[in-house]
Structure formats: structure tokens, C-alpha cells
Ligand binder design. Sequence first.
Ligand SMILES: [Zn+2]
Length: 291
Amino acid sequence: MTRLLPLALFAVACGGPLETVPFEAPAAAQVDLDDPGPVVHEAVISATWSVPLKGLVDLDDAKAAELENGDHPIVLPVHVLTHPTAGAFIIDTGVPANESPAEGLAASFIGDIEPVEPLGDILARQEAPLAGVLLTHNHMDHVLGLVDVPEGVPIHAGLGEERPANANGRLMFPTFRRAMNGRPLTVWDFDADGIDLEGTRAIDILGDGSLWALDAKGHTPGSTAYLARTVDGPVLFTGDCSHTRWGWDHGVTPGTYTADHEDNAESLAQLIALAEAHPGMRVEVGHEAHP
Ligand SMILES: [Zn+2]
């Protein structure tokens, strides 16, 4: 007990990990991913930004020899997925209409993000009630809009996202904590609940095969990609497993923003294999609008 006390005090001083609740995964449906599903997808650009290319793409990869570091324009997308009976889900949260949860150094780091449509405005024009937030991971540029998410709406992320992964993550984590405002994180546990979906560990979120969480660890330990069977066919949302279309097309992982390059490379290869097996699959990368 006495030996645990200093550790407990340390956890309190640093805030410790966020409270988590397990996601109760339903039994997975058997589906053909190429069959059109019931989900309607709207891709929204919530903000634009510019960051160094070396963060977005591993410039040490031999395939990236043609690329040069420099400021690279990106977008902060919010993907709205409307299910006919379950309601609307959003993948990541863009920028908020309410006051930003970022403070201090973190706030100055993101000070030049240009809002296009804050999450509050995106949610206000939805007809279906918001049924859940599907976070790809806990980095600041994905969680700012959480302050616009109404109380009681479940906020999901992969197990591991309740704490920062590394020094970079620790810089951003207080912003996530403020944006969560005491709400628990409902976590996907791919070890416990994941089934094999064509080589990728997956959780069937609604149990009807229309909306899937996919294990995409590497960028952060709990990084999650999503797959929706929409009325127009399957759509894969890579999150920051691949920030850019170039990285996706060339199989090159993100650069300095990624915590574990080996895991990221494995996850990226799995997602690419999944997409190649379904040529009709639309692919939305983490930080660029679909062409
Ligand atoms: Zn990001």
C-alpha cells in the first residue's frame, strides 16, 4: 500500500488516464462488404491547416526520396455517418463553435488552424440525433470539437487512447482531458472483441455489418480506422494511419507524428490489402479531402 501511494499521487498530479468504460460489442453480422449498406456519408471539412510534411510522411522512407520537407496544407475532416435507425455518428470532431479546449503552448501550436465549419454548426444541421462520436485517436487536431458534443453522447476510441503514448502525446493530452470534461471514454478492445475481417481485427459497432471499427494501431496505441457500408458502397476512413493520399498510394507511413512506425506500417499494409480486395471501396485518408 505504502509503495503504491507515491505512484497514485503522481497519477493525480498528472491527471492520470481518463476514465474508460468497455464497449459492449454485439455479435458481428456476416456481410459482403461490396453490398451497398444503409449508411449515408457526408464528408465535411471543419478546418484547414498547414503542418510540416515530415510529420505527415516518413521522409526517411526510400520511396519518399522525391519529396522535400516544407509546410503542407491539410484539412481537419468530420465524417458524418447517418444510419436509418441508429442515428448519426461522426468520425472525429474538427474545430468547435464553443471555446477551444486548448490552452498555453498547445493553443499556440494550433493557433493558425482556419475554421471552415465548426462542429456545432455541422451538428445543428443534422436531422438525425447524434448517436456517437467515433474518434480515430486522441491527438489534439481530432478532439477539439468534443466541446460541442452534447452531454450523454457516447465518445468512442481504441483502448490505449485514455492516456498519452509519448512526449508528443503528453503535450496534447491536457487539451483532450479538458475537451472530455469528465466524460468517460467508451473503448474498443480489439484483443477481447475483435473478429477477423479479411485480415484486419474489427468490431461490428451496430451488429448489422454497416459500421465497423478497425484496429489500426501504430500512429497511437489505440488508433482506429472505420469502415462504413454506405448507400454508395463501402467507405474506409484511415484516420492518421495515413495522413495523406500520397502516403496511402505509396504505402509510406506518417513521419514524426507517429508513435510506433512498425505497428503503423503493419496496420497500413492491412488497410491497403482490404481496399485492394474491394476495388469499389472509397478511401478517405486522415488529413486530405477526397479528390
Ligand atoms: Zn491528425
